[in-house]
Design a protein around this ligand. Structure first.
Ligand SMILES: [Zn+2]
Length: 114
């Protein structure tokens, strides 16, 4: 680790073996987008971005998927909106949390089949 904490810079939080993880995810997906569309069919566009299914620091393979540029951009912008909404909610209701409290896993996105 170097360069210090830059806050919202996602790349700074990636693990050292990220290039390897990325490659495994890529090969597992056959180089194709893993998004399942509303029709139940897989996107199958060329995969370009390894994405965290649940945003955060879980870099396990189970939480990673390969997305095409379009689906990744779409997902990222939605996460950005959610993060902003969460921040606004936090500013409205400052909550002091006990460090031992587990708030539970984040809810899966409602709209899975876009
Ligand atoms: Zn896609």
């Amino acid at each position: 680790m170097s360069g210090g904490w830059t806050g919202s810079d996602r790349k700074s939080r990636l693990p050292d073996d990220w290039p390897l993880l990325r490659q495994i995810v890529f090969e597992r997906a056959g180089g194709r987008c893993e998004t399942i569309k509303k029709s139940g069919k897989r996107c199958w566009d060329k995969g370009t971005d390894v994405d965290h299914k649940r945003a955060g620091d879980d870099h396990s393979l189970a939480n990673l998927q390969l997305l095409c540029t379009w689906h990744h951009a779409r997902k990222s912008s939605r996460e950005g909106n959610e993060a902003q909404a969460a921040l606004r909610a936090m500013l409205r209701h400052p909550v002091e949390q006990h460090p031992g409290v587990i708030t539970g896993p984040p809810r899966p996105p409602k709209n899975k089949g876009f």
